[in-house]
Write a protein that binds this ligand. Sequence first.
Ligand SMILES: Nc1ncnc2c1ncn2[C@@H]1O[C@H](COP(=O)(O)OP(=O)(O)OP(=O)(O)O)[C@@H](O)[C@H]1O
Ligand SMILES: [Mg+2]
Length: 266
Amino acid sequence: MTTPTRGPAIEVAGLRKSYASKSGKQLVLDGVDLVVPAGTVTALLGPNGSGKTTTVGVLSTLLAADAGTVRVAGHDVAREPDAVRASIGVTGQITAVDELLTGTENLRLMADLNHLGRTAGRRRTAELLEQFGLAEAAGKPVATYSGGMKRKLDLAMTLVGTPSVVFLDEPTTGLDPRSRITLWDEVRTLVAGGTTILLTTQYLEEADRLADSVAVLHDGRVVAEGTPDELKAVHDAGSLDEVFLALTEPSTDEETGTTQDKENVR
Ligand SMILES: Nc1ncnc2c1ncn2[C@@H]1O[C@H](COP(=O)(O)OP(=O)(O)OP(=O)(O)O)[C@@H](O)[C@H]1O
Ligand SMILES: [Mg+2]
């Protein structure tokens, strides 16, 4: 059998989004274009407040766009939000776990929401508790978990329904090095199985190691996109940190001489 041709899992064109503010409107996304091929990991990078979480919000149907088209898992987020929701998993920047419930109860709740059925739900819950090293704490209320344990439970909850597209907003913030590596392995396993992942991170080494492609958000647009190696080569940089700093300079009239045609000129 030949490899089936699969369309991109995420296609964003001309995405615009502003928030109401005291002084009128704050434009956050000013024409974001992004394509994520199925079965790959893309890291969305950008300074604090550059609109990463807003982008994830629109792509996961939690926020409405002002303009542009967004397709996720083959469905338009504005016209077919239910189909999009059925295909995706989202781990927010702030955890969504219920502190009063135990780890097991949180996962079973997600299994119910995903219509898994009792037996399948229990099996999936046990599988994920094991995978994320939470089996021992499974019966304790989440209020007694450490921050990292809550984060892991949150990720496990995202994966209950075996989504084809997964959004992870700063998934490794607050995780210890071992847990972070476990999460990277988990991401790689998911991707090897065909899952598509869009994650945000402030850890550029993480993006370098994990992502097939990196997109840098700045001034409302994707100002650079490519493999980590491509971006480093283009910017003659030894690390993605250097690339990031070069691309997200707050000043407007820098002369780097190495900027690309995707650079945001205005
Ligand atoms: N619900 C909201 N109402 C009004 N303004 C908002 C809202 N959410 C975000 N913003 C503003 O939009 C901008 C982008 O925020 P967003 O959270 O998308 O950035 P981010 O790139 O995820 O930042 P961080 O790296 O800090 O997580 C910020 O200026 C923020 O203050
Ligand atoms: Mg954010």
